[in-house]
Design a protein around this ligand. Structure first.
Ligand SMILES: [Mn+2]
Length: 369
């Protein structure tokens, strides 16, 4: 479907050919997902000819099976890929003057290769923003994949909770989560799994190590899984013990209130910056504003670094189908770190989360039951 929309778009503009080589965009239009490393992978779309998927020879069979609407052309490592590519493009008998390229991704080296083979073409159009915009709004299929990725993130939290015991290290918990997930068919996490004990969680980008778990500490899990090329991302801060201190409870409840209020505030039309402010105001008014040292959330899709960015100053109005995280936190160096995060999508009148693990301070006890 995205393929047809883009080709139609091309017909309304002065564009003859679209050249995509960002693997995420290639996947988006062709359903073929691959990390080609230094080799060239490209989807080439024409106004009046069958689109072309250009892959390294070792990927040819996989590409053919997946990208049904494309003609697959491959090249050996010993060949000059640009000569093979240019020959296939020129054989298309479609206008080839006005190109649209990914200005945020195409390297100068690759640009020069294109210019060399198409000396009379112009490369003024930029397709990056169009694709970014299209990828912002997820279709039913994409949402279904993300819900499945969310299901496995919830499962990961369950495994993590059941693994906790006094004396276990952060890395041992990480290992157990990933081991059990892989045994159940989850091939890939969406980023490096984070498990942090006590004050270690005061760094929002902390690195799990050999710290041992003690009773009455918070344990912060930030993790996600990939499903069919789509990511999930969830954070829970579990209280490992019976009774949190007044300080622990105060910080936790504040973060949770910010999280809940922001979740409830989402509706089509609210600006990203306004949503950030909903959560930030709660934490700031309680006197902890300087300890909430990152944006409220980020977009989510084929990765965890997509648009929209939920931050102050972002005037983008959120619309149905956009996917992002809501993840307020309070981080006090040498003391405490708490974050509660869910990812989800904008619905006709609100927000639906991909993850459903309970968020209350007693959640840990429920999960190990
Ligand atoms: Mn996140």
């Amino acid at each position: 479907m995205p393929l047809n929309s883009i080709i139609n778009l091309m017909k309304n503009q002065d564009v003859d050919i679209i050249f995509l080589n960002d693997p995420k965009n290639v996947f988006y239009v062709s359903s073929y997902r691959s990390d080609p490393h230094e080799r060239i992978l490209a989807a080439v779309l024409f106004k009046d000819a069958k689109p072309l998927l250009f892959v390294p020879a070792l990927e040819e069979n996989d590409a053919r099976k997946t990208a049904e609407e494309f003609e697959v052309v491959s090249y050996m490592d010993t060949q000059d890929p640009w000569t093979v590519l240019a020959t296939s493009i020129k054989a298309r008998h479609s206008p080839l003057s006005d190109w649209s390229i990914e200005k945020d991704f195409l390297t100068v080296e690759r640009m020069e290769a294109l210019r060399k083979h198409f000396p009379t073409a112009t490369f003024d159009h930029n397709i990056s923003a169009t694709l970014q915009e299209m990828r912002l709004i997820k279709n039913e299929q994409e949402l279904a994949f993300m819900k499945e990725a969310g299901y496995w993130a919830d499962e990961a939290l369950k495994i993590g909770a059941k693994t906790l015991r006094e004396g276990i290290t952060e890395l041992e918990v990480v290992a157990e989560i990933e081991y059990q997930l892989k045994r159940r068919g989850v091939a890939e996490m969406s980023f490096t799994t984070m498990v942090l004990f006590g004050e270690n969680a005061a760094s929002p980008h902390g690195v799990p190590g050999d710290t041992k778990l003690k009773k009455n500490q918070f344990v912060l899990f930030d993790l996600g899984t990939m499903h069919e090329g789509y990511a999930s991302d969830v954070t829970r801060t579990f209280f490992f013990g019976e009774e949190p201190s007044a300080h622990q409870k105060k910080i936790y409840d504040l973060v949770l209130a910010a999280h809940d209020e922001a979740m409830a505030a989402v509706h089509p039309g609210i600006k990203a910056g306004e949503l950030d402010a909903v959560a930030r105001t709660i934490i700031t008014e309680a006197g902890y504003g300087r300890y909430f040292n990152h944006r409220l959330g980020h977009g989510l899709g084929q990765g965890v670094h997509e648009f929209p960015s939920i931050m102050e100053g972002n005037e983008m109005a959120l619309t149905e189908g956009m996917c992002f995280s809501i993840e307020p936190g309070i981080y006090i160096e040498g003391d405490i770190g708490v974050r509660v995060e869910d990812c989800g999508f904008v619905t006709a009148d609100g927000f639906e989360s991909f993850t459903h693990t309970p968020t209350d301070i007693g959640a840990y006890l429920k999960l190990i039951d």
